[in-house]
Design a protein around this ligand. Structure first.
Ligand code: NI
Length: 173
């Protein structure tokens, strides 16, 4: 397994609509393993392929809490699609590995049903709520070139990007 480079805002690949995957094969599984390792090292709960420079419809997610004694529960989703969502929405804080050390409140559906291909290329469907529902919506957005900061008010986005710029300037020193 290998750790991959994470592309950060405003890299243009993050704005692209990613392409569907034709086949789940060993090459793809190797990439899925690398994505998962990259996500764990970066301490994220989700990672989409465009974030590591690959414009394909692939997502890894793990919302388990190994620090609280839970076993890790990685999910691999190829060509994921939201096929149903609740009417109800909620507003929760989100962050993103491509927008380092920033957070903002984002509106998301409380429940979503997602269709996808798993690690073995088998069709799966999951009904999710809580953090998993948020992570699924956040990561599937990445596949359509949408970042969570695109879903907040312009004023909040400007403030957040200013903080990001400041952080980067400090890191350069
Ligand atoms: Ni993200």
């Amino acid at each position: 397994m290998a750790k991959l480079k994470i592309f950060e805002y405003p890299h243009p690949i993050l704005k692209q609509k990613a392409e569907r995957v034709a086949k789940v094969d060993d090459d793809l599984r190797g990439f899925l393993d690398d994505m998962l390792e990259t996500m764990y090292v970066a301490e994220g709960v989700g990672l989409a392929a465009p974030q590591v420079g690959v414009s394909k419809r692939i997502v890894v997610i793990d919302v388990s809490h190994p620090d609280e004694g839970e076993e890790r529960a990685p999910m691999f989703l190829v060509n994921p699609e939201i096929v149903w969502h609740s009417d109800e929405q909620s507003c929760q804080f989100e962050g993103c590995l491509s927008v380092p050390e920033q957070r903002a409140e984002v509106n998301r559906y409380v429940q979503v049903r997602v269709h996808y291909l798993d690690y073995d290329g088998k069709e799966q469907e999951i009904l999710a709520d809580g953090l998993l529902a948020i992570a699924l919506q956040h990561e599937i957005d990445h596949l359509d070139g949408i970042l969570y900061i695109d879903r907040i008010s312009r004023l909040k986005r400007q403030m957040l990007l200013k903080k990001l710029q400041k952080l980067r300037q400090e890191e350069e020193k």
